[in-house]
Ligand binder design. Sequence first.
Ligand code: SAM
Length: 219
Amino acid sequence: MNHPETEFEYLRKKMVETHLLGRDIRDKKVLDAFRKVPRHKFVDPAMSGDAYNDFPLSIGDGQTISQPYMVALMVQLLDIVKKDTVLEIGTGSGFQTAILAELANSVFSIERIEVLTKRAKKVLEESGYSNINIKTDDGTLGWKEFAPFDKIVVTAGSPDVPNPLLEQLSIGGRIVIPVGSRFMQRLMLLEKREEGRVSEKDVCGCVFVPLIGDHGWKT
Ligand code: SAM
């Protein structure tokens, strides 16, 4: 079924009102980014009719584009300001990358599955973003060359917080990461107070695909 752009615009507005404002997303910058970024362009055209519902969708290779509310919550917790350099682990469809790029100075994003990196790069370029760098690699190692990062977001579930990410975080910087078992995690917010001193807050339960890598799950 073909949906005209005006219908997508209407559905996007409704999604923000119902699933974000209707819950606890209050950061105006985050809400404005969600009003702007066309989520339907980041999913398979056959699923675009579901793009503004509040659930994850398959993006192939066993991976998912996360539920809009969860993306909004993670981004709100990061408290991004315009000068920030952000590292994202798990590009997936590139949708969250676009939301981050609306808010930050620059975004570095790592995806371990090449075909997803290529697809996300294409849609983000076509959307006109010039402040995003993406590569295919093991994101649990971080991206040393461009560190330190003001904010880091991990979009897959990890058994623990990967050490290289803590090392590559600025003083005063924040990490949002799902930590737990392969099938269920807690969304954690960490803040680096000073070198070697990190505060932790348990935000809520969540379910993400596994973070696979040297400092994540091994397979
Ligand atoms: N937020 C994304 C979006 O908007 O589409 C969805 C991300 S999806 C839930 C998690 C992604 O993390 C998957 O694409 C998966 O391949 C990726 N991933 C898992 N382990 C990784 C690793 N070590 N490094 C980089 N990406 C990884």
